[in-house]
Write a protein that binds this ligand. Sequence first.
Ligand SMILES: NC(=O)c1ccc[n+]([C@@H]2O[C@H](COP(=O)([O-])OP(=O)(O)OC[C@H]3O[C@@H](n4cnc5c(N)ncnc54)[C@H](OP(=O)(O)O)[C@@H]3O)[C@@H](O)[C@H]2O)c1
Length: 258
Amino acid sequence: MSHSGDLSRPPVMNKIAVAGGTGLVGRMVVDEVRRAGGTPVVIARSVGVDLVTGDGLAAALDGVDAVIDVSNVETMGAKRSIAFFEAATGHLLTAGAAAGVRHHVALSIVGCDRVDLPYYLGKRRQEELVAAGPLPWTVLRATQFHEFAGQVIDRSPRPLALGLRMRTQPIAAREVAVELVAAAVDRPAGLLPDLAGPRPEAMDAMVRRVLRARGSRRLVVPVPMVGRAGRQTKAGGLLPGAGATLGRETFDAWLARA
Ligand SMILES: NC(=O)c1ccc[n+]([C@@H]2O[C@H](COP(=O)([O-])OP(=O)(O)OC[C@H]3O[C@@H](n4cnc5c(N)ncnc54)[C@H](OP(=O)(O)O)[C@@H]3O)[C@@H](O)[C@H]2O)c1
């Protein structure tokens, strides 16, 4: 039987661009694309492509079948977050449509639609643009990575570490990368079920445990989540919704191998 025109099969995806392919989860997505037999194309300023200005993007997307967007801006502020995700997503969608990209996959965050953290306003804008954009799309919302505790430490002012009082259900970034690549080679699916780890954890405890594992003497400053976002978080706003896909690796198991 010939498979041409067989709608039950997803199209073959060979060349997959990874926007933010040098970042924490981005490097793992690049590995997974290779493991799945595809050819990854890294998009990042360090390889000469700027998503905010669009410089170098047309050339980078030449011949690309699907884009996985895991780019990021390091900010807690709404203005910078919205500006980054609006510009980066806008350029990726416009250049993607011009290059004939068949599938745009974006990584978002569980609860970004429920919890009014300033950074999340940028993620909401990203999701809106993708859903209203010119390309067939998939959005995967994941919870905080197990690695997020380390990112919080590395971005805290020395000799402190911010112990965010926040309940989450973290997941290994590697498992997120696997799901993103599976989504990219499958048919565009719109908003996927939430992706989370196997069980809830307290972020401040995760920070303390990563510090202990690193042999670090940084002082953990408890940082309660205050105001409306605090109330939304306490109400479980960052926990996965019904029907979520759950990863297998616990924070304990991840820490033991990290
Ligand atoms: N961390 C978490 O726990 C978590 C949980 C759920 C979802 N997410 C989402 O996952 C995504 C990736 O997060 P991450 O922590 O893995 O990111 P990250 O480590 O901060 O990496 C950011 C990536 O974006 C690239 N980048 C930044 N500005 C750019 C620009 N102007 N043009 C081109 N590339 C640019 C960086 O490369 P250059 O610096 O070389 O440009 C880098 O490859 C984010 O959208 C985040 O919202 C994160």
